[in-house]
Design a protein around this ligand. Sequence first.
Ligand code: SAH
Length: 335
Amino acid sequence: MARANAAYYAGRDPFADFATAPEISQMFGEILGAWVAVTWQGMGRPDPFLLVEAGPGRGTLMADMLRLLARVAPECHAAAAIHLVETSPRLRAVQAGALEGRAARPVVWHERIEAVPDGPMILLANEFLDALPIRQFVRSVDGWDERFVQGMGFVTRPAADLPAGGPFDRPVPPGEVLEVCADALAVARAIAARLRRAPGVALFVDYGYDGALWGDTLQALREREPAWPLADPGQADLTAHVDFAAFAAAARTAGADVHGSVTQGALLAGLGLFARAEQLARGRPPAEAHAIRDAAQRLAAPDRMGRLFKALAVASPGLPSPPGFAAAPASGDIP
Ligand code: SAH
């Protein structure tokens, strides 16, 4: 599954197959740009600081954030050293184009989060964790089997090993699937270790669940339609829902503070999404004003992206609660 997804991101334009929040509306990046400015204040305005994005796709989120920062928080904009974590050479080129003339300093790319230099940091990752490969374990009467791909189907065999940090203590009934994303847990640990050495906050936004849950969430999207995950490896986007409870536990165990998760709807509404939509809609022709308001609904309404998508912040111990996390109710067990 890992290799099929790497081939997918390297070889195709993923955004023909699904629309992510920054591609839906510039408001997503603007709101998160304001979040960066306030978070930077809370860190004591370090100059310089690393503004990192993991899995930046087309570079739209970073471009929208930088445009907002240049306008409303020029000191934060000037202090930001942009570091992008991206494996696809093709997408790196797209990102370079999107960011041309936007950053105060040269943009630096890395293969892995661990390669980003030490220092005060604000990191964002939207729909990054869901792209990392998962392993699926099936509860048997007396232990765990692991599910493997064989040809065009799945087979299960008794698990030879159980990945560290996997939530194998959950009360999963026999025959049910538990997913473990060891790469995501490794990201949580690596980020937490960094945040113990230097001040910072990392914001992860993704679709997923938060609670002692289980179930098979592997899915494939091809040209915006669901596809069979094992057909045509490398041609469809493979994702799994993010297990925020396991991710949070890994970060906490490694010594970081964790805030949330909160739902994407609560976060964006709390940070002023609807006020921004009204500001942008004012004076526009009715069709354009309607499209702006509809984009805000698409991002935040519970029956659209607002509830399935969640946000979790991992922070250096003792920093103030990041904006949008103090007042919002926890997303709880809603899958
Ligand atoms: N954040 C963007 C793109 C999401 S798609 C948006 O919201 O539109 C996932 C992104 O993560 C792509 O840029 C993909 O190339 C990148 N990616 C996937 N696996 C990765 C890995 N293991 N390391 C670094 N980047 C990865």
